[in-house]
Design a protein around this ligand. Structure first.
Ligand code: UN1
Length: 507
């Protein structure tokens, strides 16, 4: 068998960045190293944004907002439409850069850019809506309504695993809502952020007349995110990352009465009931638990299997786990790419060890040598005697804990007995079980699915979750409301002044 040689990651990244219109000075000669998880190689060294420069950018974004908020919303939508066009034209290149920088397989790299395109389309439609209600009033010759107005600068802090789509969920909505956007991407994935910004700048140039500084990018470490967290000029702070990060961010934003949209950890489970279609389960679990090398917030981490299905399902899952190709995500046929870095690799090792100590039986999880380096692991199945501490903890790696249950009540209790509440699924052909899972006393997550896995949500729905997931909602449905301020308006078109609640106050 001949193995096709792939170009060096650094050469390929350089060619993509050139094609995407990112000037070399933006990613060479600086202090922040960009590394590819494919090989661990350095593929760029970015000049970092200084603290004073970041403050200036936030100030400029605020000034841009003051002009942008008066541009009619459908016209603001035109800017997002152009951004969508740029993303469509650059889909292959940006998708491939996501693969090089975040380690996703090509199909998922492209999928990430598609998610950006989709949210742009959604936001363009939204730009002709942004509607409020008209509300019945108790007073004659009065009208009561609500209006939605732009909020200000939206700070966006994103994680490495969806290095560009999460910015787009926030930015596309914020821009049509009349806000400015200042983005602090993960320092693990700065190149895709530069490329995305170059595409935005291209759309802005075509639009003409976008106020300077409307969309800014801060390149560097945590201290830049902290500037956004603490800035009074940033009324809305949308942060995606770990629960620990959210715990640090939320009180600081609250202390200055800002609004935080938090999308933090998940510990997503699926329940496999006695009537589940196992063909469907095996396919859905494969993507949800092993896809993106287990590094999605929505990755399936716990499988709660009815005792009657356990012995039929487990051998099939083990076979799927053993057959999956782990390797360079650029190669066709690879389904599992590398972990992001050595820290993620150590986290996986530690979690498997803890699972073993808790009486778990592990299959898979071994390191895979891929030429050129990088941290590649086979996905692991951990059959657990119970939901021990490690199972209740989110480890950002491809580990699926498998638990057994007897009654649906017990399965739902196990399901909900974790600190996180992002996404969830049930596999069943029993209507009662499906509806129970979706009901008030079923899954306690922000996303609950039937007969599909917990990951890979479409942008049309609101995305986010409860408990330690942070409670924020982004993307579709009415998530846009978090990016605007609501004003309740009461208008008197009569000649009298009736007071509410029947109060009289005659002078
Ligand atoms: C994330 O992992 O931060 O539902 C977001 C999904 C994707 C988004 C995941 N649409 O898996």
């Amino acid at each position: 068998m001949t193995i096709q040689t792939l170009p060096s990651v650094a050469d390929e990244a350089a060619a993509l960045l050139d094609r995407l219109g990112v000037p070399r000075a933006a990613w060479t000669g600086g202090t922040l190293p960009a590394r590819s998880p494919l090989s661990g190689a350095e593929i760029g060294r970015l000049p970092e944004t200084g603290a004073a420069e970041a403050e200036t950018a936030i100030g400029a974004a605020h000034a841009a907002f003051l002009a942008w908020r008066d541009v009619p919303a459908p016209r603001r939508g035109e800017l997002v439409r152009l951004l969508g066009e740029e993303l469509r034209a650059a889909k292959e290149d940006l998708g491939r850069l996501v693969t090089l920088e975040a380690g996703k397989i090509l199909s998922e790299g492209l999928g990430e850019v598609q998610e950006m395109i989709d949210i742009c389309d959604f936001a363009v439609g939204l730009s002709r809506q942004l509607y409020g209600l008209t509300i019945a009033t108790e007073r004659p010759s009065h009208r009561m309504m609500e209006s939605w107005h732009p909020s200000g600068v939206v700070g966006v802090v994103t994680a490495f695993n969806f290095p560009v789509a999460v910015w787009a969920w926030n930015a596309a909505l914020a821009l049509v809502c009349g806000d400015a956007v200042v983005w602090k991407p993960s320092e693990k994935t700065p190149l895709t952020a530069l490329a995305t910004h170059a595409l935005f700048n291209r759309a802005a140039a075509r639009f003409g007349g976008v106020p300077d500084g409307l969309c800014a990018l801060l390149v560097g470490g945590r201290e830049l995110g902290e500037l956004l967290v603490d800035s009074k000029l940033v009324p809305v702070l949308s942060a995606t990352g770990s629960t620990a990060m959210g715990r640090a961010v939320a009180p600081r934003v609250a202390a200055r009465f800002g609004r935080a949209i938090l999308e933090l950890g998940g510990n997503n489970a699926a329940i496999v009931t006695p009537t589940a279609d196992l063909d469907l389960v095996v396919r859905a679990v494969a993507f949800a638990a092993m896809g993106t090398a287990g590094q999605r917030c929505t990755t399936l981490r716990r499988l709660i299997v009815h005792a009657s299905q356990y012995d039929a399902l487990l051998p099939r899952l083990k076979q799927a786990y053993a057959s999956v190709t782990v390797g360079d995500p650029r190669r066709p046929g690879t389904l599992v790419g590398p972990l992001i870095d050595a820290g993620a690799d150590a986290g996986m090792t530690a979690a498997l060890e803890a699972a073993r100590q808790d009486g778990g039986t592990i299959s898979g999880g071994e390191a895979v040598a891929v030429s050129g380096g990088g941290h590649y692991r086979r996905p692991a199945l951990a059959e657990m005697p119970g939901q021990s501490e490690i199972v209740r903890h989110e480890t950002f790696a491809p580990i699926l804990y498998v638990l057994r249950y007897e009654t649906l009540d017990e399965a739902i209790a196990l399901h909900n007995d974790v600190p996180q509440g992002l996404s969830s699924s049930i596999f069943t052909n029993d209507l009662r079980e499906a509806e129970r899972f979706l009901s008030a006393s079923g899954s306690d997550c922000g996303i609950a699915n039937v007969n599909i896995g917990p990951s890979g949500a479409e942008i049309g729905g609101a995305f986010g979750g409860e408990k330690e997931t942070g409670g924020g909602r982004e993307s579709g449905s009415d998530a846009w409301k978090a990016y605007m301020r609501r004003a309740t308006n009461t208008i008197n078109y009569g000649r009298e002044l009736p007071l509410a609640q029947g109060v009289s106050f005659d002078v």
